[in-house]
Ligand binder design. Structure first.
Ligand SMILES: Cc1cc2nc3c(=O)[nH]c(=O)nc-3n(C[C@H](O)[C@H](O)[C@H](O)COP(=O)(O)OP(=O)(O)OC[C@H]3O[C@@H](n4cnc5c(N)ncnc54)[C@H](O)[C@@H]3O)c2cc1C
Length: 315
């Protein structure tokens, strides 16, 4: 109940341009920046430096250039160009992590589907030669159908370095997973970060967890290099047990966690021989992402307030 309330509140705050303006002034300051815990920095150079630090500890990254809900095709094309430039810079830097995460409303899905397809194609195409995989994030349920259509269109053209996130909370997800598995596409399984209507999504925590566990099993057994993306220790343990019981190799799938969250868990999974990828966001448009992270765990608000008062960096 409190969780649902927090999610609803922070989803409202995420839309406030006044708060966004105020927060943007302080958010990524080196000292006391309230968003520093979750966001690697504002520039590509900061993102690549953070990737190197993760790689030095045996982790991999998927880099996300923050941004979403773009309403003009000029902004959408500009974002796609930034992604292409990111691929070039990251390849030249020689980092091992060859994975990007992209939101389709950042590259034109809210303008029209054709714009999103063109822009995603630019990014995916630029990734082929240097070996970058492009994971399309899943946004609110208003975008699910068009997101899947767009990704499947690229797949049907012949691109194989593209995959998508599927939200366990959505009632439609078992059917989507079955279809994408049959295609051979890699799926990232997440619980779902958006507040959704009851008819569309499970609302109760235990229902979401049950749906996640079922889809995790489907993906481990019949998926294609799936990413199990959660910080939930019970679901991680269930994944490990299932993989062991079925003799599934530890490098046949990966765990994915968010930058700055449960770093202890990230490292212990690496020590146990699992592939672990960290979702690493950077850029100036960090505010909605940051609000979703606060909504997931109200205790984060205390960290943020403390950092504002004490001017110390958030742990
Ligand atoms: C790699 C990755 C990619 C994702 N991509 C998408 C996507 O494309 N679309 C989408 O809708 N959602 C995405 N999400 C978010 C996801 O849907 C959940 O909202 C988020 O992961 C929190 O759920 P949980 O599975 O970690 O479990 P929870 O039960 O929420 O958390 C389990 C434990 O993890 C820790 N934890 C979780 N969240 C936080 C936090 N914000 N701050 C501090 N500690 C925390 C706490 O210790 C908590 O007890 C992604 C998540 C990950 C890890």
């Amino acid at each position: 109940m409190i969780g649902a309330l927090a999610r609803a509140t922070f989803s409202l705050l995420a839309g406030s341009s006044l708060l966004k303006k105020a927060a943007s002034r302080y958010g990524l300051r080196r000292t006391g920046g309230i968003a520093r815990r979750f966001v690697a920095g504002e520039t590509v150079a900061e993102a690549i430096a953070a990737v190197r630090q993760l790689e030095a500890r045996g982790l991999l990254a998927t880099i996300d250039l923050l941004g979403e809900s773009v309403t003009s095709s000029e902004q959408a094309v500009a974002a796609a160009r930034e992604y292409v430039a990111l691929i070039e810079t990251a390849a030249a830097a020689g980092i091992a992590s060859r994975s990007l995460s992209v939101k389709l409303t950042q590259i034109g899905l809210a303008v029209d589907r054709a714009t999103a397809i063109d822009n995603l194609r630019r990014i995916v195409d630029a990734g082929v030669e240097p070996g970058f995989f492009v994971r399309v994030d899943m946004e609110g349920s208003a975008w699910t159908e068009n997101t899947l259509d767009t990704v499947e269109t690229l797949w049907s053209i012949g691109y194989r370095n593209v995959g998508v996130a599927i939200q366990a909370a959505l009632r439609r997800s078992p059917a989507d997973v079955e279809r994408l598995n049959a295609l051979g596409m890699s799926i990232r399984l997440v619980k779902g970060a958006y507040r959704e209507p009851r008819g569309v999504a499970h609302r109760r925590r235990e229902d979401v967890e049950r749906a996640f566990a079922e889809l995790m099993e489907t993906l481990l057994v019949g998926g294609h290099r799936p990413a199990i993306a959660t910080h939930d220790p019970r679901l991680i343990e269930r994944t490990r047990q299932l993989a062991d019981a079925r003799g599934i190799a530890r490098d046949a799938f990966e765990f994915e966690l968010l930058y700055g969250i449960r770093r202890d868990l990230q490292h212990s999974l690496v020590r146990d021989g699992y592939q672990v990828r960290v979702y690493l966001p950077y850029g100036t448009e960090w505010y909605p992402y940051f609000m979703r992270r606060l909504g997931e765990r109200p205790a984060n608000v205390a960290f943020v307030l403390k950092s504002l008062v004490s001017e110390e960096s958030v742990p």
